[in-house]
Design a protein around this ligand. Structure first.
Ligand SMILES: *Cc1c(COP(=O)(O)O)cnc(C)c1O
Length: 455
């Protein structure tokens, strides 16, 4: 065997991006603005001020192409960034494919995923604005733990409303949050009016991301020292994640290669956007690259949802966002990729899909885990169940290349590791993992409850 099996494209600290890339600067048309559910008018900065600091509100609506990353944020990034890009030679060999497979690995952050890229930035801007305390929601706990770490760096308090089903079944990320100093309560909780509505009917209510968002927003809006922080979907969150794709572009230069196709998993869309938006920029300038979002068949907001204005949460407290949605009352099946169980998709990602700049596919979880185990046995890294969606899609593509002889370069967004998801792997290995049909009827019902707005 001649070629080295371990091929890794490592950037130095000097190569760490100094700016985030804002795709809005290069889009021929912008996504429709968020609108106020009461007035039907676009929301202005003043509407968002009770929950977000002004600096993040300005980023939300910015059309500047490059936004400087503040020094203290860069300083935290340097703990684990730049992250490595690997060539998956061993996986290529196992698949007998002529394709060149690469993966950009975000699991090297202390929280084990891409989420700290925005958590650190958000904690920083809130701290700068004099905010003492943040609130947020979390599903399986990836976001809550990332924000807990970020708040620890900047000396801020954090209260996390964690979906009760996960709180009970997945204690380890809760312990991470507590270790980093955050308070974590199961949602629905008795602590907010939106939580009590459900809690008083059923103290064992399993909760949902939508309910937890309502609780966190209500808490922040009702206290002067507190603001709210969201881990995906919004423009400023996607912006902060672009360090991933900017680094990947430079790493492909080092490799003397360029991806023909990129696969990223999508929940709310942030890791996908972070990896792919710098490549979307190239595509807008004529580069030939396919960009594919991979979602779970049990929560297929892009491939089966409708593109319309909807609430971000169950209690209808957020502005209306134009997005691909399964309806804000839709509660997806309890698949193991907890981070992909959101009813809506980021407006920017939805907009790209609507304009044919990206593609989307949906995969059932047994196929996803089959791909994840194959990947783990070849490359060592155990992918997060979310990331495994991108892994499986890439494996399928590489197998097609093996049939046709095409020598494509394939890039996988490996958004995190699966060390806190071993129960899911155990279920898969024991043959106990179920697939869920696309819930046609449940979605039809949820769509009937969409808010009525024109546009
Ligand atoms: C949260 C999470 C996701 C899904 O969120 P996006 O905003 O769509 O990126 C994907 N992968 C991992 C590892 C996550 O923790």
């Amino acid at each position: 065997m001649s070629a080295a099996e371990t091929v890794k494209f490592v950037l130095t600290e000097a190569d760490l991006p100094t700016h985030w890339y804002n795709l809005a600067a290069d889009l021929p048309t912008l996504p429709p603005p968020p609108i106020h559910p009461g007035t039907g008018e676009p929301v202005g900065p003043a509407d968002l001020e009770p929950v977000f600091p002004m600096e993040l509100i300005l980023q939300e609506v910015s059309r500047e192409r490059w936004i400087a990353i503040p020094g203290p944020v860069l300083d935290v990034y340097r703990l684990w960034r730049p992250t490595p890009l690997f060539r998956a030679r061993r996986l290529e060999r196992v698949l007998g494919t002529p394709a060149r497979i690469y993966y950009k690995y975000e699991g090297v952050s202390p929280a084990g995923s891409h989420k700290p890229n925005t958590a650190v930035a958000q904690a920083y801007y809130n701290k700068q604005a004099g905010v003492k305390r943040l609130t947020t929601e979390t599903g399986a706990g990836q976001w809550g733990s990332s924000l807990a770490m970020a708040c620890a760096f900047f000396g801020m308090e954090l209260k996390v409303y964690m979906v009760r089903a996960s709180y009970l079944q997945k204690p380890y990320r809760r312990i991470l949050m507590e270790t980093w100093g955050a308070q974590c309560v199961p949602s629905p909780s008795p602590d907010t009016a939106s939580g009590r509505r459900f809690y008083e009917q059923d103290p064992e209510h399993p909760g949902s991301l939508g309910i937890a968002i309502s609780e966190a927003v209500e808490d922040a809006a009702s206290r002067a020292d507190t603001k709210y922080s969201l881990g995906s979907v919004l423009n400023h969150v996607l912006l902060h994640q672009t360090v991933i794709g900017l680094e990947a572009l430079r790493q492909f230069e080092l490799a003397g290669d360029y991806p023909d196709v990129i696969f990223g998993c999508v929940g709310g869309g942030s890791n996908f956007a972070g990896l792919t938006f710098p490549f979307v920029r190239d595509k807008l300038q004529g580069k030939d690259v396919r960009i594919v979002a991979v979602e779970p068949a049990a929560c297929p907001s892009l491939t089966r949802g409708v593109y319309t204005y909807d609430f971000g949460d169950t209690a209808r407290t957020t502005p209306l966002l134009k997005m691909h949605t399964l309806g804000h009352t839709f509660i997806p099946a309890r698949i193991h990729a907890g981070g992909l169980r959101y009813h809506g998709m980021a407006p920017l990602v939805s907009h790209l899909y609507e304009h044919g700049l990206i593609e989307a596919i949906a995969l059932p979880q047994t196929k996803v885990f089959e791909g994840a185990v194959l990947f783990a046995r070849a490359e060592g890294i155990i992918p997060a169940p979310e990331s495994a969606h991108a892994v499986r899609a890439a494996i399928d593509e590489a197998r097609r290349c093996a049939e046709t002889g095409e020598e494509k370069a394939i890039l996988i967004g490996l958004s995190g590791h699966g060390h806190f998801d071993l129960a899911a792997y155990e279920a898969y290995l024991a043959g106990k993992l179920e697939d869920y049909e696309y819930p046609e009827e449940a979605v039809r019902q949820a769509l009937a409850e969409l808010p009525k707005v024109s546009g």
